[in-house]
Structure formats: C-alpha cells, structure tokens
Design a protein around this ligand. Structure first.
Ligand SMILES: C[S@@+](CC[C@H](N)C(=O)[O-])C[C@H]1O[C@@H](n2cnc3c(N)ncnc32)[C@H](O)[C@@H]1O
Length: 222
C-alpha cells in the first residue's frame, strides 16, 4: 500500500514513520510519502493561501495550489489514488472506514491549515472528505496520522501478533462491539482483584465472560 500526505509540515511525519507498526509495514514494502504544497505552488514566495471571498477571519488554502500539488505528484491524466480531504465536516472516521481504506492500494490525504481548503478541492479533486471527530484541530496533520495509523496497523506484518488486529474493539469478531477488559499481574493490587474467572483456566467460560463484557460495553455505549 502507498499513502501520500499533502501537507505544509512534512517534517511532522518523520517521527510517525519511525513508530514500530508503521516501520514494520514500510519495511515490508508499503510506502508513506509526503508532498509539501509550498514546493509546487504556482504562486510566488511559497504562497499557498488567500483571504476568503465574502469576508471573514483567517486565510483559505487555494484550489490551484492543491491542484498543482496533485498534478505534480500524479500527472495531468491517468490513474490517481483515492484522494481524501481531511476536514472537520467530513464523514466520521471509524473502524469500518479504516477497513475500507486498508483495501485500497493507494491513498492521498490532503491536510488543510488556517480556515481550511477552498471547497472546490472537495467538490472536484477529492473522492472523499473525512473527519476524525467533531472538534477542530489546527491542521490536518494529526488527522492524517490518525487515519494512516488506523489503516496501516491493519496491514499484514504491522503488529507483533497478527491476531491482535483480528479481535479488537469494533472488529467483526466482536460483532462491532468494543473489546472486553484486559487484566495482567498482579492478581490483586491495593485490594483491586482480577475477576476470578480469568484465573480459572476454563477457556470456554473465559470466552463467554469476555463476550458478555464486550456486549455490556456496547449497550452502555462506551
Ligand atoms: C483550523 S482547521 C479548519 C476548520 C474549519 N474552519 C471549520 O470550522 O470546519 C484547519 C484544517 O485542520 C484539519 N482538521 C481540523 N480538525 C479536523 C478534524 N476533526 N478532522 C479532520 N481534519 C481536521 C483540516 O484539514 C482543516 O482544513
């Protein structure tokens, strides 16, 4: 898989690429590449934004700047990756969307800054608009990392144990419910005990207990 990030802050992704699960999939042949809007902007002096039509506070990233960055990366015609603009007003990112994106061979994530990106990018250049939640970040970089992290950890070889990604919160194995609680040693700490059943060695009973807790969390909406 290849993920391209379009950003004004490519250096943010150096740290991200070094994280173990990301490093694992990159070592296995996937690619994470950054494209700096300022390096391809058709405007002078590295300009990428302008004041909003209709007035109002802040600056808006220009459509011609984003278009040129995409053109420079992929050419004018031909196959483009699935292009996703990151915006608080997009489709909310969740596990099923992460699965959908993990099946794509090539993604391009467009990070905005300032007041956001000219709407014509969403209308004419992007295939999707994705939000990581109903709050506003200063820029799309953290949102791109959230999306890339959730997608890349689903790829073979990302995690130490492949089974970790098969049965976890919101997975099919748990019927889309949150995962059950985990405990480890010591069995008692400050009088807080691990549920007896987990120490019983009765695997069928443990499985049933875990599925019950998972369903309980789902019905509590946690
Ligand atoms: C300060 S925000 C713009 C907010 C915009 N004026 C609004 O009210 O919806 C700048 C950029 O951060 C990114 N961003 C901020 N919050 C986000 C979120 N919840 N999900 C995805 N991207 C987000 C987007 O790329 C956005 O263009």
């Amino acid at each position: 898989m290849r993920i391209d990030i379009f950003t004004l802050f490519p250096e943010w992704f150096g740290w991200f690429s070094q994280q173990r699960h990301v490093g694992n999939v990159l070592a296995a042949g996937s690619k994470l590449q950054c494209f700096d809007y300022r390096e391809t902007t058709p405007l002078g002096a590295g300009q990428v934004d302008d004041s909003p039509y209709g007035g109002g506070a802040g600056m808006v990233m220009r459509v011609d700047v984003v278009d040129r960055a995409l053109e420079d990366a992929y050419g004018q015609a031909g196959r483009r990756p699935r292009v996703i603009v990151l915006t608080p007003s997009g489709r909310i990112f969740d596990d099923s969307l992460a699965n959908e994106l993990a099946d794509e061979p090539h993604l391009a994530l467009l990070c905005g800054r300032y007041e956001g990106i000219d709407e014509r990018v969403r209308e004419h250049l992007a295939d999707d608009a994705i939000s990581i939640g109903r709050y506003v970040l200063a820029g799309g970089e953290l949102a791109a990392m959230v999306v890339a992290d959730a997608v890349l950890r689903k790829l073979p070889g990302a995690l130490g144990h492949a089974s970790s990604a098969q049965e976890e919160s919101f997975s099919e194995a748990l019927g889309g419910a949150p995962e059950y609680p985990h405990y480890t040693r010591p069995p008692s700490y400050r009088g807080w005990s691990v549920p007896e059943i987990l120490l019983s060695g009765d695997h069928a009973a443990i499985r049933a207990w875990r599925l019950d807790r998972s369903r309980e969390r789902e019905s509590e909406g946690s």
